[in-house]
Structures are given as structure tokens and as C-alpha cells.
Design a protein around this ligand. Structure first.
Ligand code: ZN
Length: 504
């Protein structure tokens, strides 16, 4: 054939040289991989060696993983996994008929786990409301299991308000954009990337790890975590500790130091409805028993009330460490002055020194000139650990005897201590990837699936590690417009989680 003969001598030599170089590169890769096999715990051994770390900061990932097409680097794969998940619209409207996509997302996760040999089960609580669960067998059956949980649903997003379509999964300016990018498909993808990498490379953790990808977190978890805990509690056999969302993210103190807020507590959820009753009547007449007026007065009293400051052990530990690091004066009698100096995280921390009660909905009447006999309001209350009963008493006093209080959600606050092997493993993994890391405990003002899992006696932490740029207002992105995650932050999270899950 002419084509072969037509290759000029120089080009042929070049091709041969390139083949030789490729061969050398492959040999070097195999040598590095073999060395890695000896040094990386889990390859056969399944546990860390005496060195206690994974061979230096970032070392072994960057070394060779990227050069093998059959085994993508988890730090690369996480971006694709997260983007795929963001493109599945899992908006949770709170209404089963219009909540879409959770089934598809659960199937996607199950498929990605099955593909690498991990059996995943799908548990549906109602048509379309699906949860995916899998268990990775550890090498040491004597140790209790760790639960790693992430929800698949997201809150609604209005495309008209966004710079990119909220379900496009677009990458722009170093960020991956989309509803769920930080709450919490980022973590879902990180965990998937880590365990897929493990399966491909023969790594097994010491303890069993249960992976739970849940539905319905954004509307109270009835079709997700609570359903699993109530109907399938055997899935969590042996689990004593758990990690999930809203913790492990960074807050820059300066160029070289960052706080990493690990969630060790979360406020209780006390959603209630106020009911006012009055005498119905004509809007044109004198009327002294108007339900709308009575309700409005009660709502205004609740909404304007400032509950007393109570500094819990978690908040105290947080404030002590942070004020020392930032050089802020801390007055134990007045923590709010110190909190106000924390910039973008002030509104998260500020909500954890007192109970709060925010009116969110009002309903009354059916015609402009008819005084209704009833009026209702919804109040979103959040109670500090151990304060739910007290909050109820405070509210009863505020609204007065004529307004009835009905609880529509009541889930207790959680609080655990910032100590023990698991906390040590989280801190070590963060410090290995960021020598300027200062892990600190904090209390989340919101609630998570941890509320459901803690019913099984599981000690829950928020640990979804993310290193964030100093100028990013992270807390504003939760349920916010233009939610996005830095790609480098995702990759950092994968490395931290990989270290942590191997060593915990
Ligand atoms: Zn969330």
C-alpha cells in the first residue's frame, strides 16, 4: 500500500521515537503504580501503615491517576458526577405530585455504584420519591459502621433570576453552577467519586460504610431519611456515627489560615401554626372580635420578640477558638458583639445564641367585605438544644390565652462534643490537605437529615469538606440565586474525604 511507503523517513523515525517515549512513560507509570500499591493503604492491606498519612500532601493523586483512561482520577470524575446530578432537576416542592426527579437521581447514583461493583438498593417512599442505599464492607468487622448521607433533592430555582440556567450544570469562571451545587449534590458527587475510585483500585475501608442518598430533605425528610429510619432501620445496623451536610467548609482568617466549621450541633425545628378565632361579620359594621386583628397582634409580638442569649457548649467552644485566632475580644455576657465581626458567617452563628421565631405565612378571609371567623399564621421557630419546652412556654405567653398553638413539625435539637477518633480523623484529613486549617465545632441554625438518623442513636456530624475562596459569601448561596461550587473546592473535598474515610 502506498500510504505506508509514503510516510517520509523523518516522520517514521519521529513516530517510532514517540512510541518509545510512550512505552517508557507506561513503564514509569507501572513502576509508580507499583510503588503506590506498596505505600497506599487499602491496596490489599486495607488500613493505614505506620506512617499515618498517605504520603504527603496531594502526592499520590496527582502522580499518576490521570494518565490511565480506564481509571479516571476521582478529582476529575467528581466534576462530571456533580454536573450530571445538577442536570437532573430534583426540585422538591413539598408536594408529591409536583416533586420531580428524585427517582432519576437515585437511579443515577445506584447505576454509578453498581457499575463499580457496589450493590445499591432503591427504596421508594411514594411514587417518584426514591432513596438509594449501599453498604461497603469494611475489613474489620469488629468496628462499628459509619453512615455517610447526602440528600438528592433541591429547593426550587427560578431561571429568570439566575445568570445561568439552574439545571444546566455549566462551568464558568472556575465554578460549577446549578441548584444543588453546594446543597448538596457537591457532597453526593464527592462521595461517589471516592468510593468509585476505591472500587477500581481495590481499597477497602476498615469499618463498614453505609451510603445513603436521600429524598425530601428540603421538606422535612418524611419521604427520605425519616422513611428510611422508620421503615428500613436494618439498613443502618451497626452505624454509630455519621457525616452529612453543612460542615467542613472553610472561612478565611487570612491568606495562610482558614477555619473549617465542623457541625457538631443543630438547632431544633419547631414549626407551629397560630390559630385565632373571632366572630364573623360584615366588614362595614362596628366589630370588636376580629380574628385577623387578634392574629396580627400576636404575630407582631412574636416576630419582634428577641429571646434571651444562651451560650451552649458548642457555641462557646466555637467563639473561644475563633476569637483567639482572629484576635477578637470575647465578652461571655455579650457574644453578639464578637459574632458581628465574623462577616459572611455572622448570620449563621448569630442565630445559634438564642431561640428564634420568624412568622412566615398568614392566611385569613375569603372576601374583601367579610370579617372571617378564623385566621392562621405559621411561625418558623428554631430552638437551642434542650430549649424546646421553654420556647413553647415563652411563645404561649407572647401570643396570649386566646390564640391556639398547633405544632406542625417538632424535631429536637442535636448536640455532640468535638472530640474522639472521628473528630481527630476529620481534623487530620483537613490539615493534610490544607496546612493552614483550623477545624472548629459549630452549631447549624437549620436542620438536616441528621435529625432522623440521630433517632437511631447515631452521633451525627456535618462534614462535607470544601475549601472556599476568601471572597465567596458561602452562606448566601444556600437556597440562593446563582448557587455554585468552586471546581477546586470540589476536588479538595474529594481528597479530604478520601483521606478521612480511609482513616476514620
Ligand atoms: Zn441541604
Amino acid at each position: 500500500m502506498r500510504s505506508r511507503a509514503a510516510v517520509p523517513g523523518a516522520a517514521r523515525r519521529q513516530t517510532a521515537a514517540r512510541r518509545g517515549a510512550d512505552r517508557q512513560e507506561r513503564t514509569a507509570f507501572r513502576r509508580r503504580a507499583a510503588a503506590r500499591d506498596r505505600s497506599v493503604p487499602g491496596r490489599g492491606a486495607g488500613r493505614l501503615g505506620a506512617r499515618g498519612d498517605l504520603g504527603g500532601r496531594r502526592g499520590w493523586y496527582e502522580e499518576a491517576m490521570t494518565s490511565d483512561a480506564t481509571r479516571p482520577a476521582p478529582t476529575d470524575e467528581v466534576v462530571d458526577l456533580c454536573r450530571d446530578l445538577l442536570r437532573i432537576d430534583t426540585t422538591n416542592t413539598g408536594d408529591n405530585d409536583t416533586s420531580a426527579g428524585e427517582r432519576r437521581a437515585a437511579e443515577y447514583v445506584a447505576e454509578k455504584l453498581t457499575e463499580v461493583g457496589l450493590a445499591a438498593e432503591i427504596h421508594e417512599s411514594a411514587p417518584g420519591r426514591a432513596n438509594a442505599v449501599a453498604r461497603i464492607a469494611g475489613t474489620d468487622p469488629g468496628r462499628p459502621a459509619l453512615l455517610v448521607h447526602g440528600h438528592l433533592d433541591v429547593v426550587p430555582a427560578d431561571p429568570d433570576e439566575w445568570s445561568v440556567h439552574p439545571f444546566s450544570g455549566e462551568i464558568r469562571d472556575g465554578y460549577l453552577w446549578g441548584r444543588g451545587a453546594i446543597d448538596m449534590k457537591d457532597f453526593d458527587a464527592m462521595v461517589l467519586a471516592v468510593v468509585r475510585h476505591w472500587q477500581r483500585t481495590g481499597v477497602r475501608p476498615a469499618r463498614d460504610i453505609v451510603l445513603a442518598y436521600t429524598a425530601d430533605e428540603e421538606a422535612g425528610s418524611d419521604y427520605g431519611a425519616h422513611f428510611l429510619v422508620e421503615r428500613h432501620r436494618d439498613l443502618f445496623d451497626g452505624c454509630t456515627e455519621a457525616i452529612g451536610e453543612v460542615g467542613g467548609f472553610s472561612y478565611s482568617v487570612n491568606d495562610s489560615q482558614r477555619l473549617y466549621l465542623i457541625e457538631t450541633a443543630e438547632k431544633g425545628l419547631d414549626w407551629l401554626r397560630l390559630h385565632a378565632k373571632g366572630r364573623p361579620g360584615h366588614g362595614s359594621m362596628v366589630h370588636d372580635d376580629n380574628a385577623v386583628t387578634a392574629l396580627a397582634e400576636a404575630v407582631a409580638r412574636v416576630g419582634r420578640h428577641r429571646f434571651p442569649v444562651v451560650v451552649t457548649p458548642t457555641v462557646r467552644a466555637f467563639l473561644e477558638q475563633v476569637s483567639e485566632l482572629l484576635g477578637i475580644e470575647l465578652d461571655p455576657e455579650d457574644p453578639e458583639t464578637a459574632i458581628a465581626k465574623l462577616g459572611p458567617i455572622a448570620n449563621i452563628i448569630g442565630a445559634t445564641v438564642r431561640n428564634t421565631a420568624n412568622p412566615t405565612r398568614l392566611a385569613a378571609g375569603y372576601k374583601d367585605n367579610v370579617i372571617p371567623g378564623r385566621a392562621t399564621a405559621t411561625i418558623d421557630c428554631r430552638s437551642l438544644p434542650g430549649q424546646s419546652e421553654l420556647l413553647e412556654a415563652q411563645l404561649r405567653e407572647l401570643v396570649g390565652p386566646d390564640i391556639a398553638i398547633e405544632y406542625i413539625q417538632r424535631q429536637p435539637a442535636l448536640e455532640t462534643t468535638f472530640d474522639g477518633d472521628l473528630v481527630d480523623a476529620m481534623s487530620a484529613a483537613l490539615r493534610a490537605e490544607d496546612p493552614g486549617a483550623h477545624p472548629v465545632p459549630y452549631m447549624l441554625s437549620g436542620g438536616t437529615d441528621a435529625k432522623a438518623f440521630s433517632k437511631l442513636g447515631i452521633r451525627c456530624f456535618g462534614f462535607a469538606p470544601l475549601r472556599l475562596p476568601p471572597d465567596l459569601n458561602f452562606s448566601a448561596l444556600f437556597h440562593g440565586i446563582d448557587e455554585r461550587v468552586p471546581v477546586e473546592g470540589l476536588q479538595f473535598g474529594v481528597r479530604v474525604l478520601d483521606r478521612f474515610l480511609r482513616t476514620c
